[in-house]
Design a protein around this ligand. Sequence first.
Ligand code: XMP
Length: 544
Amino acid sequence: MMEGAAKRAADPAQEQGGRMKAELGGVVVLDFGGQYTQLIARRIREQQVFSAVLPCSSSIEEIRKLEPAGIVLSGGPSSVYDAEAPKCDPKVLALGIPVLGICYGMQWITHTLGGKVEKAERREYGRAQLNLEDSTKGDVGSELFTGIPASLRVWNSHGDHVRALPEGFRTIAHTENAIAAVEDAKRKIYAVEFHPEVNHTERGTELLRNFLFQVCKAEPKWSGAAFIKETTAAIREKVGNRRAICALSGGVDSTVAAVLVHRAMGDRLTNIFVNTGMLRKNEFANTLEMLRDRLKLRVIGLDASERFLDKLKGVTDPEQKRKIIGREFIAVFAEEAQKLHGGKEHGEIGYLVQGTLYPDVIESVSVKGPSATIKSHHNVGGLPEKMPFALIEPLRDLFKDEVRRIGRELGLPREILAKHPFPGPGLAVRLLGEITRPHLVTLQDADAIVVEEIRRAGLYEKVWQAFAVLLPVRSVGVMGDGRTYGLTVAVRVVESDDAMTADWVRLPGEVLERISTRIVNEVRGVTRVVYDISSKPPSTIEWE
Ligand code: XMP
């Protein structure tokens, strides 16, 4: 695992300046590796209660330090009987803080407190009918199920079943073949076998609201403004008198992060915008101007394209490209920090600010460790092992739409807030094969046409991303009376909520036609345009 990731896992609350503050009375979600873990945290924040995910292996001190109003134990793919089954410290159940176990969380609670979990032959997915106990009265007297009908459809995704309850527990609901909800109201420990956080579960939000407001007595006081206030206070406390540099790209995430940290540190923050040579057409000049003139940020613009391209010569492997770019970024920043500090070894500049978001984290390094790395996002897993900076990542618990909301609250212009995401390694992961200057120019020109036409069709703010990809595949064409043998451009336009899943956009034929005609006519060396009709999963949004 990368060092940065290891450090995070060791002390996530301390490491990430600006995380949940005790006085917000948030809810900690302990992650057992479930696919919906981050969704649980997000659903809680939608109720104006702050929530952050911590690895299940977090120590009791780390959890207690956050003074949470409640603790949720997430689902996960394991069985409690697996040799490597993830575990929490059992003291989590004796803190006097209300606990809600979901799916694996329920099985772990049962197993830990002396109940019986039965190993299943195979997992059960999909819808199930849930019935409350004693449904004739329509009220089981459980705070968790206040106002919830006696029968509803829920979403299941579990393997093992709870067979016998630990002492002090009672069954609140069941499905056809399993105990589906239990509680020990005295100890304030609740558990459900289904997933209240997914949309397919009827009244799931109400159940979560009951946990938050009836059981935990949490207060709905988390908002964009509260986040900004708490985060800036936490950053101030963390950095003291030291200075920081920020890797600013002009995208939503890094700009929101920079403005937030600027509020906390003022001029002790220096922003650095690096031209890697792999930015979109005219992006370097335009963005610099906007950051300096409109947002009044202190920004050093560094044109490092030569050295990036040099390092990438002959490299075709996607992960290699990402790693090289990540390393070079840090080298550039370390040099700049040294310059800023009159040659002293990194001077007092101890921090690097990045606009990392939750989906970046989850796909690069699992919060709990060993799950598969999909891509090394350069602002997470692509960073080199040894870094001369500690990270400040104030947005790393949030999703893109939440960051946009924070940005709006900070008064950022729409131009930035509506900007499509752009990967850290930039066009390097959209130019397949070796990266050369001429091919970069070709891709920039084609990409500019895609974006222009999507804007002209009024679709820019309706889609998640729209861009061009250059393929090192030549095909035969005919132009005028001559034969051509040129490159292929793939057009990728996707819709998504959070980049974890995405679907290709059914663009109107006229828009596709304009894009295709313009690219072939205006971009030299391209003879063919194709439209990418793959969704994520199984494909990813970027091609590399
Ligand atoms: P994929 O290709 O993994 O992309 O489906 C998901 C989202 O993340 C963006 N992306 C990145 N963002 N650094 C970033 O900051 C990266 O290295 C990176 N790689 C992909 C991608 O554009 C999409 O929105």
